[in-house]
Design a protein around this ligand. Sequence first.
Ligand code: PLP
Length: 381
Amino acid sequence: MSSPDQTTPHPDTIAAHAGVAPDPANGAMTAALQLSTTFEHTADAQTPLGFLYQRQDNPNQQQLESVLARLDGGARTLFFATGMAAGAAVLQALPPGSHLVIADDTYFGYRALITRFLAPHGLRHTVVDATNLDAVRTALATTTTLLWVETPSNPRLKVCDLAALATLAREAGARLLVDGTFAPPPLQRPLAFGADIVLHSTTKYLNGHGDAMGGALTFASDDDLAIACYDVRRMFGSSASPFAAWMTLRGLRTLPVRLERHGANAAAVAGFLAAHPRVMAVHYPGLESHPGHAVAARQMRGYGGMLSFEVHGGRDAALATAQRMRLFTNATSLGSTESLVEHRASIEGADSVSPAGLLRLSVGLEHVQDLIDDLAQALDQ
Ligand code: PLP
């Protein structure tokens, strides 16, 4: 494959060079960590070098934001302390009394945030199955300002049609936000399909090593909502530390390579599970039997490292299977080098809509045969 032109390198090249440039002061190749909380300004508070106070902007954060904006193909990226903080900033920046349409299988934390904390302040919302375009069309009202979807979704790996949803949102005068945490760039680039905002929990694949929290919003244009989200970050203090930005930029340099291995391992694991007699269903968009396979093939470059499956025997059988796993650790989160398993209904609690027999896997970078052997021993007992 060749690059479209000399000035637009492939995402793999952008990632490999993230934060890498000889420092004019000493020739160091990797970006320095700048922890200063404050920056010199003129007597009348002008900032000739562009930085005033760490809570607003800082060099490490700006480096990360510019790389992520390029990878997402957006006009501007804002980095936050967590994925929750990034999502909350969008909701806080919406005009008072806004109506939001949100997909049914979005990350449960956002649904709790909306119903428990923001609905009492006037944010109205409708939950839809975003794979059903007629249902989305019906749910979009004249007062809807935002359509919020996640693809593939957590934890059922539902895939929704980004181009079709972008058209529906535009016709209704709403913006489309896509939580792309399960499929970061270059795997999926929602802005190229007409989305207005991409949301990432960078805690997951973008950092990729399970050791730095973060969230990001990439905007297709540097519009009023982007500016409002910047203000929310500044005023609510939801900025990340420069160290988190530095760690995330470092992780990002290997992102495309890691995603290839995550995807290859997950595809093999999904194939193994789909053929296992104790497994009732496998949710992985790379399987031809997945209802969203054709859409995923159109809008993704590979199918990612996340999958979930349901065992015969419901909750007890799922818990026993998870308990027997040795290489897959029972732990929350995803997108790190090591494989994780989680019984989502247990972690999501009383409001969970996840099937009782469902286990979610974050398939890591181990040798795939070791992963399959572990699943086999856990399922076969
Ligand atoms: N979006 C998705 C799909 C997630 O799975 C998560 C967390 O698990 C989040 C957002 C929230 O991100 P964070 O944990 O960084 O706040």
